[in-house]
Design a protein around this ligand. Structure first.
Ligand code: NAD
Length: 451
């Protein structure tokens, strides 16, 4: 089956390459010539485990090509996946790229002889596909849904594990406005053996938002508890959460022993969530709710807590340093989470900006995200380092802002010994206090003993 994918970001590229690996013929279309050129050289422009190898394989098998030409992508295709970005604009979903993609596809549909299903894969607020996208497609093509297919197929992959998630999803949601799109979605994912549910497009859209909003809610709820533990003193929220995690509703007890589900990783205190999805998706659903006259207090609180959470790191540092002015702070981790180069809405960048405002001299490291962080931070004076170990001695304090495995080395005795009673802020709960007998170990949700 020939498939066209519009947009080659984390979702479009991983979807396109994975669908090609499953035997489809995929043409990925992007508006950026640099991205298209590097993809055709089998060099992904994003950092994702397994992606370079899979891209090389599907290119060699002639099942994948990237192009700037929408016509090349759509000619002969049975389905087109819209996988363009849906950023936030003043707390509201910005549909400009989705609208543009729909216009382009609609214009092509006007003269197209072959049947095509348009499938929205971008995360769009409930009611977008069956109103905005449908109206644009019908207006620009002069055809009605039924003459072409219209569906919505939300994507749940997690950056850092994107290929694996796409290949082995928990479920696939088919949102359909008509029978053509349903048949095409079933054919598209025929070789995936997982739960598949078929719903209307606005339900499909809501499943994606409900999923992200509930996950983000867990994070902010734990962070609120962490902040209370910090205020009270003599409580480590990590111990509290260990006790909570043992509830069998979080960690079921089976014959094989206790199951430790992934959800527990959302129930760990930290410096807040970031990334290109949670912050914008929670904002977009909050705003959509308000458009319907609902105040949406839960989602607003999730955002409020998250907004302030990175500042806990600055507060922790201030609790044991008289002033941060002129102090050299080494920040480990720039990506919003490990195993990705994505820095969008990263808590680490908020921490860095606050430290710079306090007058600190910031040195920063990340195994994959330095280039993106440089672009995002612009003029903000930061010294980026390719190796963090040599600069450790020159730092007055260390902040672990992203849970990269690489930073586990900090607790190795020969490295920890070099910390020399400096403050170490473990903003991601990577370590145990006893790992740093030679440093002042500080972390979210545990008031330092000196305070
Ligand atoms: P991205 O910003 O990384 O990539 C979007 C790409 O679309 C860019 O390369 C851009 O050049 C291209 N583009 C824009 N307009 C175009 C057009 N008219 N024709 C062709 N290409 C065009 O975005 P992303 O992170 O892949 O996210 C895409 C969508 O998927 C968003 O709605 C997002 O919320 C959703 N989503 C993202 C993730 C994730 O982890 N990143 C997970 C699930 C869902």
């Amino acid at each position: 089956m020939k498939i066209c994918v519009l947009g080659t970001g984390y979702v479009g590229l991983v979807s396109g390459v994975s669908l090609a690996a499953k035997g489809h013929n995929v043409v990925c279309v992007d508006v950026r010539p640099d991205i298209v050129a590097s993809l055709n050289r089998a060099q992904p422009h994003i950092h994702e485990a397994g992606l370079p190898e899979l891209l090389g394989k599907v290119i060699a098998e002639r099942r994948f090509v990237a192009t700037l030409s929408l016509e090349e992508g759509l000619t002969g295709a049975e389905a087109v996946l819209i996988a363009v970005g849906t950023p936030s604009l003043d707390g509201r979903i910005d549909l400009q790229y989705v609208r543009r993609a729909a216009e382009q596809i609609g214009t092509w549909l006007k003269t197209a002889g072959t049947p095509l299903s348009v499938l929205v894969k971008s995360t769009v607020v409930p009611g977008t596909t069956d109103t905005v996208v449908r109206a644009i497609l019908e207006e620009t093509s002069g055809k009605k849904v039924g003459e072409f297919g219209l569906g919505m197929n939300p994507e749940f992959l997690r950056e850092g594990n994107a290929v694996e998630d796409f290949m082995n999803p928990d479920r696939i949601v088919f949102g359909c406005e008509d029978e053509i799109s349903q048949a095409v979605l079933e054919k598209l994912y025929a070789s995936w053996h997982c739960d598949k549910i078929t719903v209307n497009t606005r339900t499909a859209e809501m499943i994606k938002y409900a999923n992200n909003c509930l996950l983000a809610t867990q994070i902010s709820a734990v962070n609120e508890l962490a902040n209370l533990c910090f205020e009270m003193g003599d409580i480590d929220v990590q111990e509290v959460m260990q006790g909570v995690h043992l509830d069998r509703r979080w960690s079921p007890v089976t014959e094989g022993g206790r199951v430790r589900p992934d959800i527990l990783s959302y129930l760990i205190p930290g410096c807040g969530f970031g990334g290109s999805c949670f912050p914008k998706d929670v904002q977009a659903l909050r705003t959509l709710g308000r458009d319907y006259g609902l105040p949406m207090p839960v989602l607003q609180s999730v955002l409020d807590i998250n907004e302030l959470q990175p500042l806990q790191v600055v507060r922790l540092l201030k609790s044991c340093m008289d002033s941060l002015d002129g102090r050299k702070i080494l920040v480990l981790g720039l990506a919003f989470k490990p195993d990705t180069d994505d820095v969008r809405e990263s808590a680490s960048l908020r921490i860095i900006r606050s430290l710079v405002q306090e007058g600190s001299e910031v040195m920063a490291h990340d195994p994959a995200a330095i280039l993106n962080a440089k672009k995002e931070l612009g003029e903000c004076p930061v010294q980026f380092v390719n190796d963090w170990k040599p600069v450790l001695n020159g730092a007055d304090a260390v902040v672990i802002a992203t849970r990269w495995n690489d930073y586990g080395a900090l607790a190795r005795p020969e490295i920890a010994a070099r910390l020399d009673d400096k403050p170490v802020v473990d903003a991601r709960r990577m370590f145990r206090p006893e790992d740093f007998s030679n440093a002042i170990y500080l972390t979210i949700g545990r008031r330092p003993l000196k305070d």
